[in-house]
Design a protein around this ligand. Structure first.
Ligand code: 0L1
Ligand code: MG
Length: 262
């Protein structure tokens, strides 16, 4: 990769995450012409560094899956990143603002796979057949970049802003629900801050997982039995503040919640 040292940039982003210190986007000066392909190579370096630190992958996540976010970023395709074991927060517990730079929360549906899924050409129907369970989730994103100001390659290199995730306790079989019709509310301090339906995620959350399998195939990878996959925000991402009590209710998938302390 040209003058670009992928490991150095991955370390730069990982340090920003560990030190909870926002940084200027890497395309501002370090690598102005960074491509999407190179950005995924930096993300892979970052994943390797996290694995070397002893963390394990819970599963990949999809980001930028809503029409609104794709339009905002002027892109046609979603992106992916990875959720690690140390990012999982127990349902109903408190997170500490000091662990983040400028966290936001969004409500999602997560898929728990019962089989490997290997692209290319995977469809939503194949994903549903390979899915053991679905659960509600609250994803907390925390871009390492100042003011969430980034281009598409920046955010890919930054592991798609992954930070923490809270999974709900109600585990359902995918065939028990019409996942595109799952109504969802995101409530903070008793006020509904956003709402949506499963169809907000590229038409159906299973389509998101299918796209992910097909994207991973391009780097010779696949989705694995047992992985838990965040399919993308049904609601928009809402900024978190000290004292917030956050909950999402998803039809048929119950409630998932956490609170925010200093
Ligand atoms: O999970 C997401 O959709 C986040 C993707 C990255 C974009 C952002 O940080 O808003
Ligand atoms: Mg998300």
């Amino acid at each position: 990769m040209r003058r670009l040292n992928k490991t150095e940039i991955a370390k730069f982003l990982l340090d920003a995450e560990l030190e909870r210190q926002d940084v200027v986007k890497i395309t501002a000066n370090k690598v102005p012409d960074l491509t999407v392909e190179e950005a995924y190579e930096i993300q892979q370096e970052l994943v390797t560094l996290k694995l070397e630190q002893g963390h394990s992958i819970v599963g990949p996540k999809m980001g930028l899956t809503s029409r609104a976010k794709m339009k905002q970023m002027n892109v046609e395709d979603p992106i992916y990143g990875y959720i690690f074991d140390n990012m999982v927060v127990q349902d109903g517990t408190a997170i500490s603002l000091s662990d983040f730079i400028h966290p936001k929360v969004e409500a999602e549906i997560a898929f728990i796979l019962g089989k490997d899924i290997e692209g290319p050409g995977i469809t939503g129907a194949q994903v549903l057949a390979a899915t053991e369970h679905v659960v509600s989730a609250l994803e907390i994103i925390d871009s390492r970049y100042e003011n969430f100001n980034f281009t598409l390659p920046d955010v890919i290199a930054d592991n798609a802003s992954s930070s923490k995730v809270v999974f709900g306790n109600l585990i359902r079989k995918p065939e028990e629900l019409e996942l595109d019709l799952v109504g969802t509310t995101l409530t903070i301090n008793g006020e509904i801050r956003d709402l949506g339906a499963g169809a907000a995620v590229v038409g159906h959350p299973a389509n998101s997982v299918a796209m992910l399998a097909n994207m991973l195939h391009r780097k010779g990878d696949k989705l694995k039995d047992g992985q838990i996959i965040l399919t993308g925000g049904i609601t928009g991402a809402v900024q978190l503040s000290n004292g917030d009590v956050v909950s999402a209710k998803l039809d048929g998938l119950g409630e998932v919640s956490f609170s925010v302390k200093e």
